[in-house]
Design a protein around this ligand. Structure first.
Ligand code: ATP
Length: 471
């Protein structure tokens, strides 16, 4: 960045820039700390010092992931007539990666810092006075960039030689392409139609960072939408819109999302159009998903390399053709991080006695929230209150994730659920069990996480009320 400002103004500008940066990194630190404290995300193999680029999801994290993946599947597969699903293996025949081009070209440019020995991605280095600099120690003494293949190599079977070599898949898409014929035959779909898949992918990233944003083991949600060549560009626009609608429906607001059209000289050589959907993370605006029109590149490559036909027969024109494909490819972990970053909030609240405190609240969309409803008996040593609360738990748990909590003051219990992102709290009190007369018997207090407002609802109305909110 080149800025020419007079002295005092420059100091003010840079101080404000630094404080913005500091606020962003503090916010990120708080989110990471909440994730650990509340059981969203742990470092993988933590008791052995961890494994760089690998993460485990705890009790709340796994529910959030599941909600996200289920909603993607619902939107992309179940609600549509023109998309079917599949679940391919993580290990594939090595020839798949030769034909797709991954074995030769799936690499990032890497440099070493001669001073501190860090390995760095050449395209992500900061520059000072036009020279690339090591972000770890500040040295300019860097090696020339060289290509580093991101695929994890492994061996299949008992011999550890070249003939037994294959890779952990770096994307899920290729198994869709190589199964194209099988899926087409069993599903009897006509163009245009899609094949969707959610699954793990692995990349030996040179520099995993920003928490779960860039990791070495992650999960993708990918759709390959096959079409006639003349439909490709239009479908690219269609899928971009669909994917933006998806993000709005999981609670990511429009003003935090950006669409970046990749200029032709930066696109893959086979792509006729690519958009990145980006999100404003605390550490910068970064890619959430790529939507790419990949033409007929992948199927053509696999047809050539395998010698097996991967064509489609068009009944109308009585011709064979290799379909073109539009691919929306999203990351589970990145979207989950975006959800957490968008939801994290702190606010100062004042109680009835005038005491102020900071409330930490995850304002997750009820559809995504790991726990939909907390259920609390006002007192834990009153049998009737506990019994009623337990009955409500039983009534709801077949339908949704609920959490029963009887320990501590009711205010504390609400706060714990605020931090977990639970959108509703139900309290069973003396009115519920009829101790204050019949008027409010069998009604409960429902508390809204975001506004902290409360209202009374009949127990029989609870399932309907919650279902409508989380649908
Ligand atoms: P980047 O430029 O950030 O490395 P990419 O353009 O290589 O990503 P794609 O190959 O388009 O990513 O993969 C599709 C999606 O898979 C990405 O938009 C992202 O959500 C997810 N993804 C890719 N690499 C990683 C990773 N290392 N960690 C987490 N998610 C990832």
């Amino acid at each position: 960045m080149h800025v020419h400002l007079p002295g005092a103004q420059a100091v003010q500008f840079f101080t404000s820039l630094m404080s913005q940066k500091k606020a962003a990194s503090d916010r990120m630190e708080k989110i990471v700390s909440l994730c650990k404290r509340r059981g969203f995300v742990f470092q993988s193999s933590e008791i052995y010092g961890g494994l760089n680029g690998c993460w485990d999801y705890g009790p709340l994290g796994v529910e959030l992931r599941r909600n996200l993946k289920d909603f993607w599947w619902r939107r992309m597969v179940r609600e549509r007539d023109d998309v079917v699903g599949m679940d391919g293996s993580i290990l594939l025949n090595r020839q798949v990666w030769v034909a797709s081009g991954h074995e030769n070209t799936f690499s990032d440019p890497m440099v070493d810092c001669r001073n501190c020995k860090s390995r760095l991605r050449a395209d992500q280095l900061p520059e000072k006075d036009g020279r690339k600099q090591c972000p770890v120690c500040g040295s300019f003494d860097l090696t020339e960039p060289r290509a580093f293949n991101l695929m994890f190599k492994t061996f299949v079977g008992a011999t550890e030689d070249e003939s037994a070599t294959t890779y952990l898949r770096p994307e899920t898409a290729q198994s869709i392409f190589v199964q194209f014929r099988n899926v087409l035959e069993v599903s009897r779909k006509k163009l245009p139609f899609g094949i969707a898949q959610i699954g793990k992918a692995f990349r030996n990233e040179i520099n995993p960072r920003n928490f779960i944003f860039r990791s070495r083991e992650f999960e993708q949600m990918e759709l390959e939408y096959f079409c006639f060549p003349n439909q490709g560009l239009e479908l690219l626009e269609y899928w971009l819109k669909e994917r933006l609608r998806f993000y709005a429906d999981i609670g990511l607001s429009k003003d935090k999302l950006h669409v970046h059209e990749i200029p032709p000289d930066e696109r893959s050589h086979y792509s006729k159009g690519t958009y990145d959907i980006e999100f404003e993370f605390p550490f910068g605006v970064q890619e959430l998903e790529g939507v790419a029109y990949r033409t007929d590149y992948d199927l053509t490559q696999h047809q050539k390399a395998s010698g097996k036909p991967l064509e489609y027969f068009d009944e109308e024109t009585k011709t064979h053709l290799i379909p073109h494909v539009v691919e929306p490819s999203a990351g589970v972990d990145r979207t989950l991080l975006a959800l957490l970053c968008a939801a994290y909030d702190e606010e100062t609240v004042t109680d009835d006695k005038g005491k102020s405190e900071v409330r930490t609240v995850l304002r997750l969309h009820p559809r995504m929230a790991p726990i939909k409803c907390g259920i609390f008996p006002l007192l834990k040593n009153n049998e009737l209150l506990v019994k009623k609360a337990r009955e409500i738990v039983e009534m709801l748990r077949g339908d949704m994730a609920v959490f029963y909590d009887e320990t501590g003051a009711i205010g504390r219990r609400y706060r714990r659920q605020d931090e977990a992102g639970t959108p509703f709290g139900i309290t069973v009190d003396f009115d519920t069990i009829g101790e204050n007369g019949p008027a409010n018997q069998d009604t409960v207090t429902v508390r809204y996480r975001d506004s902290m407002e409360q209202k009374r609802l009949a127990i029989t109305e609870i399932p309907g009320f919650l279902r409508e909110q989380i649908a």
